[in-house]
Design a protein around this ligand. Structure first.
Ligand code: MN
Length: 355
């Protein structure tokens, strides 16, 4: 990225301010609510957590409405756990909430209907803020929708709201938003728009850099390295395609983490990693090939099974598995592998291990 792009703040600022009408629209939709739930997707990632944390701050600060950040699933990755701990992101598992107390709902970094998001029953969706695929036209889905598929991180959209309202962003919130942008855009290297760049620079000036260093380099338990060794042993290379079928895993995040790492393997153009955790088979796709995107590859590999999403070079999918016996799991992995190698033209290529 050239210095001229970093230096050109003015076009960014005007872009941000142009969009400040969006946050006014959001606030008018939430006006009059007495208690709001901000919901991330299941097993929230930094972009989902940063976006929800930032939005909760915005609503409480601007509308003075008590707001709760709710999530489902779990936070696994050591970096993400450190993010929650270091920044004091008070998020509450939905099963611990009395949902009848809420009269407002905002969905962040995901959309109603996405496989990895379960909406509370009986609570209409007020707002959807996301950057994945264009929303369906169903008028029931969110009175306010701000879905920008050209933006690299939901955190950038939330930052633009705060900037649009001229709210000073406290270091804890700035750090969370910044970390969300950093992870979703791989340090502004992928799926990045001018909005992401502007938000990144604004947040960098406000962030708690000591906390950021703790988050990016957390200490890791022994079983992390054990899981990694097992995964590397299971990795196979088929020409330009690198595959790791983990079978059963006790840490679904390792699927995504490994995919990031394996893309750095010389000659790798596509990486697909998968693993079963608590009845769901998780798949992560990474690519550095710009011929097609991760999302369309997942569509063809899953071939109607499960659900998937993605953004440019990064994608993820999940398949609920009713029978998680070793035999069924092996069958599922074989089926996915066959589709994958066919779609990417590596069907006849012999497998090579890392050893
Ligand atoms: Mn995101």
């Amino acid at each position: 990225m050239g210095a001229n792009r970093w230096g050109s703040l003015n076009p960014t600022m005007s872009l941000v301010l142009e969009k400040s009408s969006r946050v006014r629209e959001l606030l008018s939709v939430l006006e009059g609510r007495r208690r709001i739930l901000v919901l991330s997707h299941n097993n929230p990632d930094p972009d989902s957590m940063g976006g929800a944390f930032g939005l909760r701050f915005l609503i409480e600060k601007h509308l003075k409405v008590p707001t709760t950040f709710g999530y489902r699933g779990d936070v696994f990755r050591a970096e993400n756990l450190e993010m929650v701990r270091s920044l004091g992101i008070g998020m509450i598992h939905v099963s611990d909430l009395d949902l009848s107390r809420f009269d407002g709902l905002c969905v962040v970094d995901t959309q109603p209907g996405f496989g990895h998001t379960v909406l509370p029953e009986g609570l209409p969706v007020d707002a959807v803020i996301d950057h994945h695929v264009p929303p369906s036209n169903d008028p029931e889905i969110g009175r306010f929708r701000d879905v920008r598929t050209d933006v690299g991180a939901t955190c950038s959209i939330v930052t633009s709201y705060l900037m649009g309202l001229g709210i000073s962003i406290p270091p804890r919130v700035a750090t969370a938003l910044l970390y969300g942008i950093r992870t979703d855009t791989a340090e502004l290297s992928r799926n990045t728009s001018v909005l992401d760049e502007g938000a990144y620079m604004r947040l960098m000036a406000r962030a708690d850099r000591k906390a950021l260093a703790r988050i990016t380099g957390p200490s890791l338990p022994k079983n992390y390295f054990r899981a990694f060794r097992k995964a590397l042993n299971a990795t196979r290379i088929y020409g330009k395609v690198v595959v790791c079928s983990l079978g059963r895993t006790d840490n679904p995040e390792i699927v995504a983490e490994l995919a990031d790492l394996l893309l750095r393997l010389q000659s790798a153009e596509w990486v697909v990693c998968g693993g079963l955790y608590e009845g769901i088979y998780y798949i992560s796709v990474r690519t550095n090939s710009y011929g097609r995107d991760a999302w369309s590859l997942l569509r063809d590999v899953l071939d109607g099974e499960g659900s998937f999403g993605g953004h440019g070079t990064v994608g993820g999918g999940s398949i609920p598995v009713a029978d998680d016996s070793p035999r069924c799991l092996r069958r599922l992995e074989r089926r996915l592998m066959k589709n994958l190698l066919e779609v990417l033209g590596e069907s006849g290529t012999p497998a090579v291990s890392l050893a």
